[in-house]
Design a protein around this ligand. Structure first.
Ligand code: ZN
Length: 221
C-alpha cells in the first residue's frame, strides 16, 4: 500500500493557497457590500427600503464568519499542536463533529457531521484540535469529497500515523431546497489511508464505532 499516492491527494494538497485571492486582488468591504446591493436589485428588491438597508453589511459580516477558513492553514494549525505519543498506539476516534460549510456550486449551506480516526505512530493531537481542523476546511467554499480528503490528508501529513479514516455525512441545501428538492437526502464520503485502507478489520472497527453510516447508506468504502 503506497501512502504517497492516495487517489484524491493531488488536488487537495495543491490547495489552499490557489483558492485564495491575493491581497492585491481582494475587493474592499464597501465593494463587497455593493455587490450584495446589486444582487438585491437583481432579484427585484429595493436595497434602500428600511428592512434591507443594513442587509449588505450583515451579509458581508456573515461571509466573513462562514469563510474564515481561508485565513487559516490546517497543516500549520496541527503542526503547532501535536505532541509525542509516549507509547499510545491504539485507535483514536472522534465522531459526530458537526460542521457547517458551503457548496462551491451554489454557495448554499452544507450541514453535516465528520467522523475521524487515526492510528498514532509517534504523534498525537488533542481531539478538540481535530474538531478545529474540520472547521478550518469547512469554512471555505467546498465540495464534500474535497473536504473529506483535505481533513484526512492533513492528519496524515502532519501526524504521520499508521492510518487515517475520515467519513463525512452531510445534507446539501442546494439539493434539499432547490433543484431536485430531495429533503432528507444525505451524502456520505470517506477517505481511508494506511491501515484503514489496507486492513479490513481496522476499517470495520472504525465503522462499527461510528455506527457505520457507509453501510447504512449503502455506500461502498
Ligand atoms: Zn451546490
Amino acid at each position: 500500500m503506497d501512502l504517497k499516492t492516495p487517489t484524491l491527494a493531488t488536488s487537495a494538497r495543491a490547495e489552499p493557497r490557489q483558492d485564495r485571492a491575493g491581497p492585491a486582488d481582494r475587493p474592499s468591504r464597501e465593494e463587497a457590500e455593493a455587490a450584495v446591493r446589486l444582487l438585491l436589485r437583481w432579484i427585484g428588491e429595493d436595497p434602500d427600503r428600511e428592512g434591507l438597508s443594513e442587509t449588505p453589511k450583515r451579509v458581508v459580516k456573515a461571509y466573513e464568519e462562514h469563510f474564515s477558513g481561508y485565513s487559516q492553514d490546517g497543516e500549520e494549525f496541527l503542526r503547532r499542536t501535536f505532541s509525542e505519543t509516549e507509547g499510545y498506539d491504539e485507535m483514536v476516534v472522534l465522531r459526530d463533529v458537526r460542521f457547517e460549510s458551503h457548496c462551491e456550486h451554489h454557495i448554499l449551506p452544507v450541514i453535516g457531521r465528520a467522523h475521524m480516526a487515526y492510528l498514532p505512530d509517534k504523534r498525537v493531537v488533542g481531539i478538540s484540535k481535530l474538531a478545529r481542523l474540520v472547521e478550518v476546511y469547512a469554512r471555505r467554499l467546498q465540495i464534500q469529497e474535497k473536504l473529506t480528503a483535505q481533513i484526512a490528508n492533513t492528519i496524515q501529513d502532519v501526524l504521520q500515523p499508521k492510518g487515517v479514516a475520515v467519513v463525512i455525512e452531510a445534507a446539501h441545501q442546494c439539493m434539499t431546497t432547490r433543484g431536485i428538492h430531495k429533503p432528507g437526502a444525505t451524502m456520505v464520503t470517506s477517505r481511508m489511508l494506511g491501515a484503514f485502507r489496507s486492513d479490513p478489520a481496522t476499517r470495520r472497527e472504525f465503522l462499527g464505532m461510528i455506527g457505520d453510516p457507509a453501510s447504512k447508506h449503502g455506500f461502498d468504502v
